[in-house]
Design a protein around this ligand. Structure first.
Ligand code: NOJ
Length: 733
C-alpha cells in the first residue's frame, strides 16, 4: 500500500476516470442537506478511497518553487489531508485542482499546519497571551492568523493547545494558557471563535484543532512524551473542562496526545475519544492522531506491531492518521479480516467529510491568490500584535518605582543576549515568522528613547556557556549609565515540543552577569524572555525591577520599549505560578489543602511560591472597595451578584483585570483552596472608578465534577475571593 501513497499505482488508476461518470450526485449539490450529501458520497466510495481520506501526508519542509514539479507528482490527489509547509497558495490550488478534477469523486483535500501563535505575523506565545487576560485581543490574533494562513493555502490549524500545565519543566507550557482550568476554557473559546469566525465556510476562516486530548501536560517529571498518571477525578476536574468548552464553541477537530493515560494511551483510549468526546459531548468533527502517536503505541507497549496499533487507534476513535501510514498500510486488510468493521471506517470518513463540507471546500476548493504585501504583516496586524504583547508582559517587581524609565534616567545601559536577538524572541512554533520581520528590542529602544536617553549597549554574555569575556565591557556600560536594563532569557527550543529541562533556572552565566553588573551600584531592571516560568530566587534579590516579557514575537521591540517607557502601562497578570526553585514543582494556586497546612513545607526555601498565579503590578495603583453581595443566603436555583468597585488611585490610566475566585471549604470530594470562576479586564482612567460584577450561578460556579464527570452541587458555606478579600455566603437546599 505504501506505493499508492507516493505514485499513482494500479490500485488508484482505475478510479481516475473523472467525475463525469457519476451524473449529478447529491453530494455535489450545495443546496442538499449536509448529512444527505455525506451519506451519498460515502455510498459511492470504494474502501480504498475511504481509507485515503483517513490519512494525512506531508512532503517535507522544502518549499523551493523549483521543486513544485516534484511535489505535484508526489502528492496523491486522493489523500484526505496534507500537512502543508509551503506559504504558496498557488501550489495548494494546483494540488487541490488535481484532487477536484483528476480523481473519480473529486473530494477536496484539507490543508493543515501548526499556526500556533501566528502565521507570518508572530504573536506572543499562548502562555503569555493568557497573562493579558484580554480575550478579545486573543480572538483577534487568532482571526489574523486565520486570514494569513488561509491566504497561504491553509484550511486548518493545529491550535489551540488546552493542556492545563503545572510543571514548568515541561517545555510545552509555552503553548497553552497556563495552570488554570477555567482560564484555559475561556481562551479555548476565544481561539476557536477567532480561527473559525462566524461560519467556517467563509473566506479567511480555518478549522481549529483542540489538542492534545488529553492530560499530556502531566507527563511524569515534565519529561515530554512520557507516561502520565492521571486519576479520573483529576481528568474530569482539571483536564476535561477546557476541551468541553472548545467543543461547545464549535471546534471542528481534535488532536489526541502522545501520552499514556494511566495505562491506556490517549491515541487508543476509547473512553476519552469515543465515550466522552463523541457520545457525551456530541463532537461531530474528527480526531487526528499526533505525529507518530499511532506508531508510538508499540513503544508504549500496548500494541505488538503497527497493525495492532492501527486497530487500537481506529477502534478507539482516531479518524485521521498524521503521517504514520498505519491506516494506509493496514486498514484494507484489517477490514477484510473483519477486525475493523466497515461501519467504523464509514463513521470516520463521515466525520472527515463533514468538516470539509462545513469548510465549504466542495464548493470553494481554492484560496485567493493575493500578493504577499497584502497578505502578511499588515499595519493593523502589527498593531494587534503590539497590544497583545504589551498586555501579556508582567511587571513582577518594581521597588521604589524603578520603572517606568522617565527622564530621571538620561543614560541607560542596555545589556544581554536578548537585546539584538530576532530568533529566540519569537518562541517555539513561530509558524512562518521570519527573523528579518522581527523588530528587535534594540531597534524598539532606539526608536522609543531617541533624543530622550543615551543607550549604552553591551552583549555581556551569551545565552549559555562560560565565556565571561564580555563582562568587563558590560560593567563599564553600567558604570556610565543611570540605570542598567538587562535582557536575559531562554533560547526558543528550550521550551516548546521536546523542550524539557531539569531546572527552570537560567544558565549560571546569565545570573553571574547580573551579579557582576551589581558592582556598578545602579538600579537593575531585569527583562526576562522565556517560554516558561523561571526560577528567580537568586535574580529576584539582585534586581530592583523585573518584567517577564515572555516571547513576544514580531513586534518585540515596540512592545518592550513601550513597557519600559510607560507608553504601555503593564496590565499582565501571571497565568502560571513562578516557584522559588524548581524543586517546589508542582506548585499552583489551586492546590488542595494539606492535612497539616502549616507543616510539611520544604525546610530550605520559603513556603510560598515566589510569584503566584494572578500576580502582576502596574505603574498605577488600584484600590478595591469591600466586596458587596446581593444576598448572603441563596437557594440552589437562585443567583447572587458580587460587586467590587475599583479606583485607579494613581496618575496613569491603566487596565485592571479582576479575578473572581470561589472557595468551598467543605464538600464530599475535597475542593481546591480556591478556584477561578470569572475574570474581567477593564480600562480605568486615572482618578476614575469602575464597578466589576460577577453573577454567581450556583450550578455553574459552586458545583464540582466527580470522577465520572457527574456534577454535584452541595449546600453549605462558600466564599467569594477577590484580591485578598474574602466574603462568605450560604447555599441552602
Ligand atoms: C507534534 C506536536 O505534538 C503537535 O502539537 C503538532 O501539531 C504536530 N506535531 C504537527 O506538527
Amino acid at each position: 500500500m505504501k506505493k499508492i501513497f507516493l505514485t499513482l499505482t494500479a490500485v488508484v488508476i482505475p478510479f481516475l476516470t473523472g467525475t463525469a461518470q457519476i451524473k449529478n450526485p447529491i453530494y455535489k449539490d450545495k443546496k442538499a442537506p449536509i448529512e444527505a450529501r455525506i451519506e451519498n458520497l460515502i455510498s459511492l466510495m470504494t474502501l480504498e478511497e475511504k481509507i485515503m481520506q483517513m490519512n494525512q501526508w506531508t512532503y517535507g519542509k522544502n518549499a523551493n518553487p523549483n521543486n513544485i514539479g516534484e511535489i505535484m507528482k508526489a502528492a496523491n490527489p486522493e489523500i484526505g489531508s496534507l500537512l502543508y509547509r509551503s506559504t504558496n497558495p498557488e501550489y495548494r490550488n494546483q494540488i487541490q485542482k488535481k484532487a477536484m478534477t483528476e480523481t473519480r469523486l473529486g473530494i477536496p483535500i484539507i490543508f493543515g499546519f501548526d499556526a500556533i501563535h501566528g502565521y507570518r505575523t508572530v504573536f506572543p506565545i499562548p502562555l503569555a497571551q493568557a497573562c493579558s487576560w484580554n480575550t478579545e485581543l486573543v480572538k483577534q490574533s487568532c482571526a489574523i492568523t486565520a486570514k494569513e494562513s488561509w491566504l497561504s493555502g491553509l484550511d486548518w490549524t493545529f491550535s489551540p493547545m488546552l493542556d492545563v500545565a503545572r510543571d514548568a519543566r515541561w517545555g510545552r507550557v509555552s503553548e497553552g494558557y497556563g495552570e488554570d482550568t477555567y482560564a484555559n476554557s475561556v481562551f479555548a473559546v476565544a481561539a476557536v471563535q477567532g480561527y473559525q469566525g462566524e461560519n467556517l465556510a467563509d473566506k479567511y476562516t480555518i478549522a481549529a484543532c483542540l489538542k492534545h486530548y488529553i492530560g499530556y501536560s502531566l507527563s511524569e517529571g515534565g519529561r515530554d512524551y512520557h507516561y502520565s498518571d492521571i486519576s479520573n477525578q483529576t481528568l474530569w476536574e482539571t483536564f476535561m473542562p477546557p476541551f468541553e468548552a472548545g467543543i461547545k464553541a464549535g471546534a471542528a477537530t481534535v488532536m489526541c496526545g502522545f501520552n499514556d493515560i494511566s495505562g491506556i494511551p490517549a491515541s487508543a483510549n476509547h473512553y476519552t475519544l469515543t465515550e466522552i468526546l463523541k457520545r457525551k459531548w456530541g463532537h461531530q468533527g474528527f480526531v487526528i492522531s499526533d505525529w507518530g502517536s499511532i506508531r508510538n503505541l508499540v513503544e508504549q507497549s500496548v500494541a505488538k506491531d503497527l497493525k495492532e496499533a492501527a486497530t487500537k487507534s481506529v477502534l478507539a476513535g482516531v479518524e485521521m492518521d498524521m503521517v504514520d501510514n498505519a491506516y494506509l498500510d493496514y486498514l484494507p486488510e484489517l477490514v477484510k479480516e473483519g477486525k475493523v468493521p466497515m461501519a467504523t471506517i464509514d463513521e470516520a470518513v463521515r466525520r472527515i467529510i463533514r468538516v470539509k463540507m462545513k469548510l465549504g471546500l466542495f464548493e470553494n476548493p481554492y484560496v485567493d491568490v493575493v500578493p504577499e504585501k497584502k497578505r502578511y504583516l499588515l499595519p493593523e496586524y502589527l498593531k494587534v500584535a503590539e497590544e497583545l504583547a504589551a498586555e501579556s508582559m508582567v511587571l513582577l517587581k518594581n521597588k521604589k518605582q524603578t520603572l517606568p524609565i522617565t527622564d530621571k534616567y538620561k543614560n541607560l545601559a542596555i545589556i544581554g543576549p536578548m537585546v539584538k536577538d530576532s530568533v529566540h524572541i519569537m518562541g517555539f512554533w513561530e509558524g512562518m515568522g521570519r527573523p528579518e520581520d522581527v523588530e528587535t528590542i534594540f531597534d524598539g529602544l532606539q526608536k522609543e528613547f531617541k533624543n530622550k536617553a543615551t543607550l549604552n549597549y553591551a552583549l555581556g554574555c551569551n545565552f549559555e556557556g562560560e565565556d565571561k569575556s564580555g563582562f568587563a565591557e558590560a560593567l563599564a556600560a553600567a558604570k556610565k549609565s543611570d540605570a542598567v536594563v538587562v535582557f536575559l532569557g531562554e533560547k526558543r527550543n528550550w521550551s516548546g515540543e521536546n523542550g524539557s529541562r531539569s531546572t527552570i533556572a537560567l544558565p549560571k552565566i546569565q545570573e553571574e552577569l547580573v551579579a557582576e553588573l551589581q558592582k556598578a551600584g545602579k538600579p537593575i531592571i531585569l527583562m526576562l524572555s522565556s517560554g516558561r516560568p523561571l526560577e528567580l530566587i537568586r535574580l529576584n534579590e539582585m534586581a530592583d525591577a523585573i518584567v517577564e516579557i515572555w516571547q513576544p514575537g514580531t513586534v518585540a521591540g515596540s512592545s518592550v520599549a513601550g513597557i519600559l517607557s510607560g507608553r504601555h502601562n503593564p496590565s499582565g497578570k501571571l497565568s502560571i505560578t513562578f516557584p522559588q526553585t524548581t524543586g517546589q514543582i508542582p506548585i499552583y494556586y489551586n492546590m488542595r489543602e494539606a492535612a497539616r497546612p502549616d507543616l510539611g513545607h520544604y525546610q530550605d526555601i520559603p513556603r510560598d511560591a515566589l510569584y503566584w498565579f494572578g500576580h502582576g503590578l502596574s505603574y498605577t495603583t488600584y484600590e478595591y472597595s469591600p466586596i458587596k453581595l446581593s444576598k448572603t443566603k441563596i437557594q440552589k436555583g437562585e443567583k447572587i451578584i458580587a460587586e467590587v468597585e475599583v479606583t485607579n488611585a494613581g496618575s496613569r490610566d491603566g487596565k485592571e483585570t479582576v479575578q473572581w475566585f470561589v472557595k468551598d471549604p467543605f464538600a464530599t470530594i475535597s475542593r481546591p483552596m480556591k478556584e477561578l470562576k470569572y475574570f474581567e479586564k477593564k480600562e480605568i482612567k486615572s482618578g476614575e472608578k469602575v464597578v466589576y460584577r460577577f453573577e454567581i450561578d450556583p450550578m455553574r460556579d459552586l458545583s464540582y465534577l466527580d470522577s465520572v464527570g457527574v456534577r454535584h452541587l452541595e449546600a453549605g458555606d462558600f466564599y467569594v475571593i477577590v484580591n485578598n478579600q474574602k466574603i462568605k455566603f450560604e447555599l441552602v437546599d
